[in-house]
Design a protein around this ligand. Structure first.
Ligand SMILES: Nc1ncnc2c1ncn2[C@@H]1O[C@H](COP(=O)(O)OP(=O)(O)OP(=O)(O)O)[C@@H](O)[C@H]1O
Length: 721
């Protein structure tokens, strides 16, 4: 989209027409379209706020889901099937089903083209032949009904709140401010000295005064350099402190977020949201202080100019006013351009990370060319978005050079006339010009700073997605267990789940409904069921990783929530389907990077997991380094180390999700024997007969909504609990 396009967006943002809301996650086009339509009718809601009221899974939304959410926003809807001719009769803006997997908002229908707001790429005109290829023929009209409120709902972080809560910022800001004020004295003083030199020293040929003035100027210069040096030092130190404080507390917060937060977002997007803190820090370290100083200085400089020549001062103020007006008008599209630059950078980063992580598949499928093309497209989007911001900067830079240059010429001409008329001296004119230049520069910088600070809200919105998501209740935040609810010290425990219900998104069918399971202390239960039935989901719920929408998990009869999640998890040894190792040694990984690990216990658990001998045969034994995410190990080795890691914790409950799926028969047999010999409660999700057979009992999970005869047909061999 061009600068003209940005201008259009900006105008629309002002005028209440249909703004572009960009999706930041792959599955969010439906949400973004609804946000656009709601904004058109006056309810300006951002995606973060919408996401909070409606959980969309990574699979995205169907048209029916869009209808349901529209109803919650008090928008009435009408779904239609139509051909191209019917587009002109639609009530606009409306949602079009696009490319069979995407939604866009139709805002205008012309003779040869239509205008759409595409949540993925922005606003554009689409020629009718392209529409006929991409439009699936399904449209959804939406309009405000009773109960619809014109309001603004934004889940964003107020950047100044961040500052208020930052330790030591107020003190550092005050120091920087005081030093800035000292520096500014020099700015006010120097033109007066120039005037003195021109009017008194040169005219009167006063050499003694010249020496005094030169010494004075030298002292001012030294003072300025020193204060400037200390000020820059303070700014750098404050910036570093802010980054450290903000990033570590945001990372801490992120670690406490529930697992489903990460399951619904791309890793590149989360990284980019995190990176938004850098942008906030860069602007806020100096922004508020320099805005304050520039503001006060502008007033002081106006006063100085007024003292010299009010008429010339009025001209300087008038030109400045014109520039300020121009920046205000253009602010909105500067913001839109910035927003696009950030979102496209996140998309490019996500694609990049995904490609690097999936390199083996890329090569095996010979899709390097296709990945290259799609990455190239993202990169072009990103670079053009940045280019748009840069072009805007160039436009403003040139406009200010032109305006202030003209202003200077006018003032020199009028000032020279005043000197010739005797109402000003040459020294006064030079001093006035120095003040005027400072004034123009200060106000321009002040406006730039204000624009940058306001654009920070874009970054604030992105950080808010992490910072405002409610953390799961951990032991740190959970109340201390009430008497009788503490975890017993006995090595064995019973696990049960009562009435468990779960769905991945508000728009998803339930995976589990009112599901019950009891595992007695010391018992081994195998969970079986067809693929996609919900076994992994159940195991994650039992492990305290997913929070069920209904029902409760109980350890020895005490609900998990009452125990505190972290305390509960510390009792559980868990091996998930795609469990990962972290970069470090094998010993570090088995001991989960505990600083005081017990080598004997590590060897014992590795023996149980049938990996001890293999580790000893490795070049550096337990000190062998494991690559990023376990990449230097075979799938089977990784599975056994992950199992050893789970056993190292001395768990009271062991949960295994296809933990032996990569193993050969012999290794599987010895692991099964080891697991059978354990005396703790075990829950094992398995497909293999040999693993299922070692269980004391089998529980079958059936896909929700599957009728009994279908269940029998799905798997006749499975025993039911
Ligand atoms: N993150 C997710 N978002 C949305 N839906 C999901 C997610 N993870 C799983 N599902 C869906 O939940 C259902 C149950 O998945 P689950 O992984 O629990 O099945 P499973 O019985 O363990 O399957 P398998 O035996 O193939 O591992 C599936 O329909 C799956 O598509």
């Amino acid at each position: 989209m061009s600068i003209a396009g940005d201008l259009l967006d900006a105008a629309i943002l002002r005028g209440g027409r249909t703004p572009v809301v960009r999706q930041t996650e792959a599955a969010e086009c439906g949400l973004a379209c609804l946000a656009m339509i709601a904004a058109h009718h006056g309810h300006r809601i951002d995606l973060a706020a919408l996401r909070r009221s409606y959980n969309v899974s990574l699979k995205g939304m169907t048209l029916l889901d869009v209808v349901h959410l529209a109803r919650r926003l008090h928008l009435a809807t009408r779904a239609l099937r139509l051909d191209l001719d019917g587009l002109s009769r639609l009530r606009l803006p409306c949602i079009l089903h696009w490319d069979h997997s995407h939604f866009v908002v139709l805002t205008h229908v012309g003779r040869n083209s239509v205008t759409i707001n595409d949540p993925a790429t922005g606003r554009r005109k689409v020629p009718l032949p392209e529409v006929s290829r991409r439009f699936t023929g399904v449209a959804l009209e939406a309009w405000a009904t009773e109960g619809f409120e014109r309001k603004t709902e934004r889940a964003r972080i107020r950047v100044f709140d961040l500052l208020r809560r930052t330790r030591g910022f107020a003190r550092a800001a005050t120091q920087i401010l005081v030093m800035s004020v000292f520096l500014e004295f020099a700015v006010i003083l120097v033109p007066i000295v120039f005037q003195l030199v021109l009017d008194d020293v040169i005219v009167a040929d006063d050499r003694k005064l010249l020496v005094t003035v030169a010494i004075g100027l030298g002292l001012v210069l030294m003072f300025r350099t020193l204060v400037g040096f200390v000020r820059s030092w303070c700014i750098a130190a404050t910036g570093a402190r802010l980054t450290l404080q903000w990033k570590s507390s945001l990372f801490r917060h992120m670690l406490d977020l529930p697992l489903d937060f990460f399951e619904r977002r791309h890793v590149g997007d989360i990284a980019s949201r995190f990176g938004s803190l850098d942008a906030i820090e860069r602007t806020l370290t100096t922004g508020p202080v320099s805005a304050l100083v520039d503001g006060v200085m502008s007033v002081a400089l106006v006063a100085m100019m007024w003292l010299y020549e009010p008429m010339l001062a009025v001209i300087a103020i008038g030109v400045m006013g014109t520039y300020a007006l121009m920046r205000m008008v253009a602010y909105r599209f500067y913001r839109v351009a910035n927003e696009q630059a950030i979102v496209t950078a996140a998309q490019e980063n996500t694609h990049f990370l995904e490609t690097v992580r999936g390199m083996a598949s890329v090569k095996a499928l010979t899709i390097s060319e296709r990945r290259q093309i799609s990455w190239h497209n993202y990169l072009v989007d990103q670079i053009s978005a940045h280019l748009r911001v840069e072009k805007l900067d160039i436009v403003f830079g040139s406009a200010s050079t032109l305006l202030f240059g003209l202003d200077r010429i006018i003032i020199i001409v009028l000032g020279a006339q005043a000197v010739m008329a005797g109402s000003m001296t040459v020294g006064m004119l030079v001093a006035f010009l120095a003040y005027k230049d400072q004034f123009s520069q200060r106000v321009a910088t002040l406006l730039d700073t204000l624009v940058h600070i306001s654009v920070l809200s874009v970054h604030g919105e992105r950080v808010a997605d992490i910072a405002l998501t409610t953390p799961e209740e951990s032991s740190r935040t959970a109340p201390a267990p009430v008497a009788g609810q503490a975890i017993a010290a006995a090595p064995q425990a019973a696990l049960s789940a009562r009435g468990i219900s779960f769905r991945y998104g508000d728009n998803e069918r339930p995976v589990l409904s009112a599901f019950d399971i009891d595992v007695a202390a010391g018992e081994c239960v195998a969970i079986v069921g067809p693929s996609g039935a919900g076994k992994t989901t159940l195991l994650k719920i039992l492990a305290g990783l997913l929070r069920p929408s209904g029902g409760a998990v109980l350890l020895d009869g005490v609900p998990v929530q009452a125990l505190g999640l972290e305390r509960y998890r510390s009792q559980i040894g868990c091996v998930l389907q795609n469990d990962r190792l972290f970069a470090g040694t094998i010993a570090d990984n088995i001991a989960a990077f505990s600083p005081a690990y017990d080598p004997d216990r590590i060897a014992r658990t590795a023996r149980l997991a049938a990996i001890h001998e293999e580790i000893l045969r490795m070049p550096m034994g337990y000190e062998t380094l494991v690559g990023d995410m376990g990449s230097s190990l075979s799938g089977g080795q990784m599975q056994r180390i992950v199992l050893a890691r789970a056993l190292y914790r001395n768990p009271r409950i062991l949960l295994l999700d296809e933990a032996t799926s990569h193993l050969d028969e012999e290794n599987e047999r010895s692991i099964n024997a080891a697991i059978r010999s354990l005396t703790i409660a075990r829950v094992i999700v398995a497909h293999r007969r040999s693993t299922i057979d070692m269980a004391d009992r089998i529980v079958t999970v059936w896909p929700e909504g599957l009728a009994a005869p279908q269940r029998a047909a799905t798997d006749g061999t499975m025993a039911s609990a």
